[in-house]
Design a protein around this ligand. Structure first.
Ligand code: ADP
Ligand code: MG
Length: 684
């Protein structure tokens, strides 16, 4: 078996299962090994009935009597009563009368499930049943929990992965021994085994460290390798008349912040200079990056060039399109503005593509659809990517294949310290937009318990009466057996009945078709929907300045950086805005974390504090950066590994800049594989 062997070479995987795997993008042995667990569960220690408490439990019980099955109105209920010296526990199964046959009177069993207190007594519903010896063995292990799709169960993942990993030397470790020992990194096959099936917490940490290192290392190596190979390209599109931009600036309804001005002049210098621009604009949510993009694109049109801005979602692309049309009107500009997204009809797309060929000074707005093969540009000189850092840089190659060498601008709201930015974006120049427009009132925050909900609904209704709008964010789309928490569908129904017929409630989540999403978002932008109940799909970049309330349910479930991004959706207009975080956990730690958001509006500070509170061992919780570049690595908590990986990459390239030495063959192969894998994850 090799990394690139088809998944069907694993014993027990037939054509049908392979099809299901293909749907989740898994084709080879290597692919499935990279589907790391999302979490691990450890079974709780066995307890006696007297030791139980609410929550997940494993209770050891001697069965004294055969359980009784009653036929209730809706279904059959099987009950087994268990008694300790002090406590009583009722074990209940629904629609499972046959459970009786698995239990022998007089013997001990372990019942595993969630215990709730119901009218003064303890009840465990639908417990799983184990022989005590079997449970004893399970108790010592970590069980991986995987992300799944239809047709793929967690058990199937476990079976498939353990079969794949039974091959002892699946990989030959491509990292030079010197780097491994300097970085205190374990061997690769071992790391793979331990990340899927850890023996202990320590081996899991060791394994993760190695795999995180590899992600950073291969990423930086690829980037630096390319950077050394290609000399800085001379610009094929020199922009003239920077005064044009200054004139537009004067017509803006607001004055640019100092930070915006600095970024602007950086870009003006780049694009009127001799070399191609490759710049990152880094600025917290709400720092006003879009207007900068518009000014640069208008400048391109003024110079007779085409420019394109690529957004990560359809919703955002349409929003940019609308605001570009608005701004064009305000400035009295008549440059063609073209929208091209994946969800447009074939006819609309064809017409958009025709305009791209026709209008040599068009401003083009869209999603990934902009770089598909069939799309040709007449005169493309500037490409901007919004909220997708690496994406933009990778485009260079795609465009180069089409014979295009545009200036590249990447805009990002991920708050990271400069030292890390220089490593991660080492191939870019960086402008930091570290000021938020002063005119804006800071968002007022509160962290509340579930008891506050009715008040929150009143508050939302009041804001709507004043002409404003609200977001309500829930962690789930629909009710789920495995996960507790509010879900968008039920919540919207509930709000509908609470808020009454005068307030329109809309629903938005990732499972909706793109057309539907666009429609909902447009309605919200036009205030045809007043309250939008949504998952975190509203997180990235959406701008509806009229929205003044962001209510977040199960706030403790989200990473602080993510909450900060969500909060950034309000406070974008002149009116006072509010962020209501509903904490549904009793844990003191949850409260403490949310307090940080309550106190600060500074994205970088928040990310750092969150990390301190959670502690570096707590790395399987929520990832900080929401960065899709890496599967495991987190730029905040793995900052130390990032530094090491950067040094290692530099050392290797200093010795062998073209990576052509024999001993580096494996390294190159992995570097290319990593890049292909990253691109496919970005859906390219
Ligand atoms: P982000 O950096 O998160 O992409 P946006 O570009 O969406 O932020 O800007 C958020 C809002 O702030 C927009 O409504 C925009 O018109 C407004 N804005 C941008 N710059 C300024 C400024 N200098 N003064 C006042 N408002 C501004
Ligand atoms: Mg933005």
């Amino acid at each position: 078996m090799r990394q690139d062997s088809a998944i069907t070479t694993i014993k027990g995987i037939g054509a049908k299962t392979a099809e299901a795997f293909a749907r989740m993008g898994v084709y080879t042995v290597g692919d499935i090994l990279l589907r790391y667990p999302q979490n691990y569960v450890q079974y709780p220690k066995m307890r006696s009935v007297d030791e139980i408490s609410a929550g997940m439990n494993a209770v050891s019980v001697r069965v004294k009597k055969t359980p009784v099955t009653r036929s209730g109105r809706k279904m059959q209920v099987t009950v087994l009563a268990a008694e300790g010296e002090k406590e009583k526990l009722e074990l209940v199964w629904y629609r499972m009368p046959y459970i009786k046959n698995t239990l022998t009177v007089g013997r001990f069993y372990v019942f595993y499930g969630k215990i709730a207190e119901k009218s003064g007594k303890y009840v465990m519903e639908q417990p799983a049943v184990y022989e005590p010896e079997k449970y004893q063995g399970m108790q010592d292990c970590f069980f991986p929990v995987y992300g799944l799709t239809a047709g793929i169960t967690n058990n199937l993942m476990i079976k498939t992965l353990s079969a794949a990993l039974s091959d002892d030397m699946l990989f030959s470790d491509y990292l030079p021994a010197s780097i491994r020992s300097a970085g205190e990194l374990c061997e690769y096959n071992y790391a793979m085994k331990q990340i899927h099936f850890p023996d202990t917490m320590d081996t899991l940490i060791t394994a993760r460290r190695r795999l995180v290192f590899d992600e950073f290392f291969l990423f930086i190596l690829g980037m630096q390798y390319r950077k050394r190979k290609q000399e800085r390209g001379e610009s094929a599109a020199v922009f003239h008349e920077p005064e044009f931009v200054d004139r537009l600036k004067e017509k803006l309804p607001f004055a640019l912040t100092g930070a915006q001005e600095r970024a602007l002049s950086d870009m003006q210098n780049d694009m009127s200079g001799r070399y191609m621009m490759q710049r990152l604009i880094q600025g917290d949510v709400g720092s006003g990056k879009t207007v900068l993009a518009f000014l640069m694109m208008a400048w391109a049109s003024h110079n007779g060039f085409q420019s394109a801005i690529m957004a990560p979602t359809e919703v955002l692309a349409r929003q940019h399109y609308d605001s570009f049309i608005d701004m064009s009107e305000r400035f009295g500009l008549h440059f063609p503005v073209v929208l091209l997204t994946g969800s447009m009809t074939a006819r609309q797309k064809r017409s958009a593509r025709e305009r791209l060929m026709l209008y040599e000074n068009a401003m083009v707005i869209g999603t990934h659809a902009l770089i598909q093969e069939q799309v040709d540009y007449a005169n493309l000189a500037l490409v901007i990517t919004d909220e997708q850092h690496r994406f933009g840089v990778r485009q260079r190659d795609t465009f180069a294949e089409k014979g295009l060498f545009p200036h590249i601008l990447v805009m990002s709201a991920t708050p990271i310290p400069r030292t890390l930015a220089i490593i991660l974006y080492g191939d870019l120049d960086i402008s930091v937009v570290d000021e938020v427009p002063a005119r804006r009132l800071p968002v007022k925050n509160c962290v509340v318990g579930v008891g506050y909900r009715p008040k929150a609904y009143d508050f939302i209704a009041e804001q709507v009466r004043m002409g404003h709008q609200a977001y309500v964010v829930c962690p789930l789309v629909e009710a789920s057996e495995n996960m507790e928490g509010e879900n968008v569908n039920d919540y919207a129904l509930h709000l509908l009945s609470v808020l009454g017929p005068d307030i329109v409630v809309g629903v938005l989540h990732g499972k909706l078709k793109n057309d539907k999403k666009n429609e909902i978002m447009e309605q919200f932008a036009k205030n045809e929907i007043q309250v939008l109940v949504s998952t975190t799909v509203v997180e990235v970049g959406v701008n509806v300045p009229n929205a003044t309330v962001m209510m977040i349910e199960n706030a403790e479930r989200f990473g602080l950086a993510q909450l900060h991004q969500l909060r950034g959706r309000v406070g974008r207009g002149d009116a006072q805005s509010y962020c209501i975080m509903v904490n549904t956990s009793d844990a003191g730690s949850a409260k403490k974390r949310l307090e940080i958001l309550n106190r600060s509006n500074d994205g970088f500070f928040i990310a750092g504090e969150d990390l301190k509170l959670r502690g570096p061992g707590d790395f399987f919780g929520i990832r900080q950066s929401g960065e899709i570049m890496f599967r495991l690595a987190d730029i905040y908590q793995d900052a130390e590994v990032l530094q090491r990986a950067s040094q290692a990459a530099k050392q290797i390239l200093d010795e062998d800049p073209s990576l052509s030495a024999d001993e580096n063959a494996g390294l190159r192969e992995q570097m290319d594989r990593f890049e292909r894998e990253q691109l496919s994850r970005m859906n390219l």
